[in-house]
Design a protein around this ligand. Structure first.
Ligand code: GDP
Ligand code: CA
Length: 308
């Protein structure tokens, strides 16, 4: 059974780990967000693709919650000593990946091809595709002015309220090779429990991807990133409250209007299912360990099977 999943970084990766425990990895295609990409020290960093790569190949630092396990920070210390920029922290092992990626991109290799090579080298069995090979960047309009995603998220610790989210370059971006084909060949499409505005939103802003979802023949199931109306981590709840007017399941589903057939939501949000215009699947969605991750993936797969 072919499964295609649209995913952001850490939250998405958590769900994907469960999915790869219950689905055949070679039948899973992950479409990753690149709206967070940035240049650090002259290197191309793709934080969401890398969170997925590290999490799915057993290399993620689970305690810190981002980056690689066993990381050291010698390059960062050296940059700091020299007065360079250090607001975006890159560890030494992580840096190796960014060096390899950037070198390939400079040679003219598209991001999708580089990512596929890196994924293979790291032993990832599922296919990992960036949403697009074109330049696509998420911007946040805030009362303090507009900021590129990482400046708002990391440097300003997402403290500014968000008035609008923009996806620079999305209008003219083409889906990366294989993305539309994977969505068309999918028996199930899933939207991971990632931030709807800054993780899944940039992927859906690519016109061919949105069109492929609008004309889907397979059921599309989204998993809510909220538990009891609160984000497990990050600004999703604050963004939903301000941009969608609330944090109920219906507000989450409204981010995906016309694109999903079911929403997997937490028991703590069950009170809001009546306002939902897609099928609700109520379960425990907190992915505290491998069992919880697997059960959530199973619930999403079951929901899709019931819709086929
Ligand atoms: P990022 O790109 O690294 O910020 O990660 P994502 O956008 O993929 O995921 C962030 C979202 O994951 C947040 O909105 C969290 O609320 C959500 N999330 C994290 N852990 C869990 C969990 O255990 N259960 C659910 N339902 N959502 C989670
Ligand atoms: Ca992200």
């Amino acid at each position: 059974m072919n499964v295609a999943v649209l995913s952001g970084g850490v939250g998405g990766a958590r769900f994907l780990r469960g999915l790869l425990d219950v689905a055949a990895p070679e039948e899973v295609t992950i479409v990753g967000n690149v709206g967070d990409d940035l240049e650090v020290w002259g290197l191309h960093v793709s934080p969401d693709l890398d969170s997925i790569l590290y999490a799915l190949t057993g290399r993620a630092d689970e305690e810190r919650g981002w980056g690689r396990a066993g990381e050291t920070w010698k390059a960062l210390a050296s940059v700091a000593e020299l007065g360079g920029e250090t607001w975006f922290r890159l560890g030494d092992r992580d840096l190796g990946l960014h060096l390899a990626r950037t070198e390939a991109l400079r040679r003219g290799e598209p991001l999708s091809a580089v990512t596929a090579r890196i994924a293979r080298s790291l032993g990832l069995q599922a296919a990992l595709l960036p949403a697009t090979d074109d330049r696509l960047r998420t911007w946040l309009d805030t009362p303090a002015g507009p900021f590129p995603f990482q400046e708002w998220f990391v440097a300003r610790v997402h403290a500014d309220e968000v008035d609008a989210v923009r996806y620079e370059g999305a209008d003219t971006a083409a889906a990366a090779p294989g993305v539309v084909a994977a969505l068309e060949a999918a028996d199930v499409i899933m939207l991971a429990p990632s931030n709807p505005y800054v993780s899944v939103g940039p992927i859906l802003a690519v016109p061919d991807i949105r069109a492929a979802l609008e004309s889907r023949s397979a059921p599309c199931v989204a998993v809510s990133p909220l538990v009891g109306g609160r984000a497990v981590k990050g600004p999703a709840d604050r963004m939903l409250a301000r941009l969608a007017g609330g944090t109920t399941p219906a507000h989450v589903a409204a981010c995906y209007a016309g694109l999903i057939d079911a929403l997997v939501l937490d028991e703590a949000d069950a009170g809001g299912v009546d306002e939902l215009d897609v099928r609700p699947i109520v379960t425990q969605t907190l992915m505290t360990d491998a069992d919880a991750r697997r059960r959530l993936a199973e619930a999403a797969l079951d929901a899709a099977a019931a819709l086929r």
